[in-house]
Design a protein around this ligand. Structure first.
Ligand SMILES: C[S@@+](CC[C@H](N)C(=O)[O-])C[C@H]1O[C@@H](n2cnc3c(N)ncnc32)[C@H](O)[C@@H]1O
Length: 285
C-alpha cells in the first residue's frame, strides 16, 4: 500500500519534532528515496509500514534517523566566496589585534554539513596568518547529521567536491591524494573538530566564540525557532566577535545584532543586552 497524505504529514511532523526543519508537502516525494537505507536496516519493506510501526511503537532512534536522512547537506569549499574574503581582509586581522594578549581564537561552523566551510576557514588561517602558528586556534563544526559529521571528521572529498570552489593552488597545498579521493592534511585537521549536535535542542556549547558561521540552515526553521537560536548564539558570541549568515538570511531578532555592510558582504556584531554581564565584561580574551 502506498503512503497516504496522513502518512506523509506524520513523517513531516517527525522531522519537525526531531530537527525543527519545516518540510513543505511539495517535497514529500523525497521520503521514498531518502528513507530506503533506513527501511533496509529496520527490516521494514515499505514507507507506510514504517509509519505504521512508528505509530504503534514510537522509537526515538528511528525518528532521529528519519530527520537526519531528510536534511539537505548542500555545501562547498569557500561557498559564496565573499564571506571568506571579508574574514581574510577585515574580521580576522581585527580579531588578531584584539586577542594579542590571550593568543586564542575560536570559531564555530554551525550546521557545518561535510566540513568544507570549517576547512576553508582553516586554509585561510594557515595561508594568510602565519603569526597564528603558536596561537591556540580552534574551529568547531557541528551538524545534526551523524553521517555528514563522520565525513567532516574523515576530511576526505571526491574529485567533484574539491572541484567546487577550491582553487588548484590550495588543493595541492592542503590536500593529498588517497586513491580516487583527496584528504585534508593533518595541519588543517588539527585545527578542526566536528561534533554531532542539534542546534535547536539540548544545551548550547558553553564557551565563547570569536566568530560564528551560521549559513544556509535557518531557512529550514520556523521564525520562532530562528529567534530562539539567534538568542542562544548571541549568548555564546564574544562581545567583539562576529556572526556570518547565508547571503539571503537575516538575524530577525530586534536589538541583538547590528549589521555591518562592507564591499565584500555583510556580517553582524552582537549588541550588548541590558542585563548581560558577559557583554559588559569587554572583549572575548
Ligand atoms: C544546506 S547545509 C549548509 C552547510 C553550510 N553551512 C553551508 O552553508 O555550506 C544545511 C545543514 O544544516 C544541517 N541542519 C539542519 N537542521 C539542523 C539542526 N536542527 N541542527 C544542526 N544542524 C542542522 C543539515 O544537516 C545540513 O548539513
Amino acid at each position: 500500500m502506498a503512503c497516504t497524505e496522513a502518512d506523509f504529514a506524520y513523517l513531516r511532523s517527525v522531522v519537525y519534532e526531531q530537527s525543527a526543519n519545516k518540510l513543505d508537502a511539495s517535497r514529500d516525494y523525497l521520503f521514498e528515496s531518502r528513507l530506503q537505507r533506513l527501511l533496509r536496516t529496520t527490516g521494514l519493506r515499505t514507507l507506510d509500514g514504517l509509519v505504521a510501526a512508528l505509530r504503534r511503537q514510537p522509537d526515538a532512534a528511528i525518528k532521529r534517523s528519519i530527520a537526519e536522512a531528510m536534511t539537505i547537506n548542500e555545501t562547498s569549499f569557500f561557498r559564496d566566496h565573499a564571506p571568506f574574503e571579508m574574514m581574510r581582509l577585515e574580521l580576522i586581522p581585527e580579531l588578531i589585534r584584539r586577542r594579542e594578549s590571550c593568543r586564542r581564537l575560536r570559531f564555530w561552523s554551525a550546521a557545518c554539513s561535510t566540513g568544507q566551510e570549517g576547512y576553508s576557514l582553516a586554509m585561510i588561517l594557515c595561508e594568510h596568518f602565519p603569526q597564528l602558528r603558536d596561537w591556540r586556534v580552534e574551529i568547531i563544526g557541528t551538524d545534526i547529521s551523524k553521517e555528514v559529521i563522520a565525513r567532516a571528521q574523515a576530511g576526505r572529498y571526491q574529485r567533484l567536491e574539491v572541484n567546487r570552489g577550491l582553487p588548484a593552488r590550495l588543493l595541492v597545498k592542503y590536500m593529498h591524494r588517497v586513491e580516487e579521493e583527496w584528504e585534508v592534511v593533518p595541519e588543517l585537521k588539527r585545527k578542526c573538530r566536528f561534533h554531532q549536535r542539534n542546534l535547536c535542542s539540548g544545551p548550547m556549547l558553553l564557551e565563547k566564540y570569536d566568530g560564528i558561521l551560521l549559513r544556509n540552515v535557518m531557512l529550514y526553521f520556523s521564525s520562532e525557532t530562528r529567534q530562539r537560536l539567534l538568542r542562544n548564539l548571541h549568548r555564546v558570541l564574544a562581545p567583539d566577535g562576529f556572526l556570518i549568515l547565508g547571503s539571503s538570511e537575516q538575524p530577525e531578532l530586534p536589538g541583538h545584532f547590528q549589521a555591518v555592510v562592507q564591499h565584500n558582504g555583510c556580517y553582524y556584531k552582537p549588541l550588548p543586552q541590558r542585563f548581560d554581564m558577559d557583554s559588559a565584561a569587554g572583549p572575548g580574551c
